[in-house]
Ligand binder design. Structure first.
Ligand code: NI
Length: 176
């Protein structure tokens, strides 16, 4: 297992639509291990495989509170099969858009079908933080970022800021 580099906005790979995992095999489990290492190392509570450059439909989460034992969760090929009409608002952030937080409105409950690490079909009914995180991460698998759910004005502003930062970083690298 290894810490992997997290792709940062405006990396174009974040806009890729990830492919379903055909078979949950040793390579899949190795990738999941890397995802957990990278997510815990960041630290973050959720990660989609594309955020480490792997366009596969895999999501890792750990929503345990700071001092509670770890509670790793894996969702392979997750799919929202039902969502509530009722919506809720959470302040969201993303490891690919570091240090930027904004309120996002989403369905407050969802039912998600997925495969577990043994390749078995599972379904979860999620509310609260889990519902928000699952929707945020499944968005990643479709090339969608949480900033796509905020106003265009705010989105344009944050995209511009990160594009500028990336340009400056590239210039610094060129000097080395
Ligand atoms: Ni994210």
């Amino acid at each position: 297992m290894a810490l992997r580099e997290i792709l940062i906005l405006p990396d174009k790979r974040l806009r890729l639509v990830s492919k379903p995992v055909a078979k949950v095999d040793a390579a899949t489990r190795k990738l999941i291990g890397d995802m957990f290492d990278t997510m815990y190392g960041a630290p973050g509570i959720g990660l989609a495989a594309i955020q480490i450059g792997e366009p596969k439909r895999i999501v890792t989460l750990d929503l345990a509170k700071k001092d509670d034992p770890k509670a790793p969760q894996v969702f392979i090929n997750p799919e929202v099969v039902w969502e509530s009409d009722e919506e809720g608002t959470y302040e969201e952030g993303c490891l690919s858009i570091p240090e930027y937080y904004e309120e996002v409105k989403r369905p407050s409950a969802v039912k998600v079908a997925y495969l577990d690490v043994d390749g078995k079909k599972q379904e979860v009914e999620a509310t609260g933080l889990l519902a928000t995180c699952l929707q945020h991460e499944i968005d990643h698998l479709n090339g969608v970022l949480f900033i796509d759910h905020i106003s265009k004005l705010k989105r344009d502003r944050v995209i511009k800021k990160y594009a500028k930062a990336a340009k400056l970083a590239a210039k610094d690298d060129a000097k080395k």
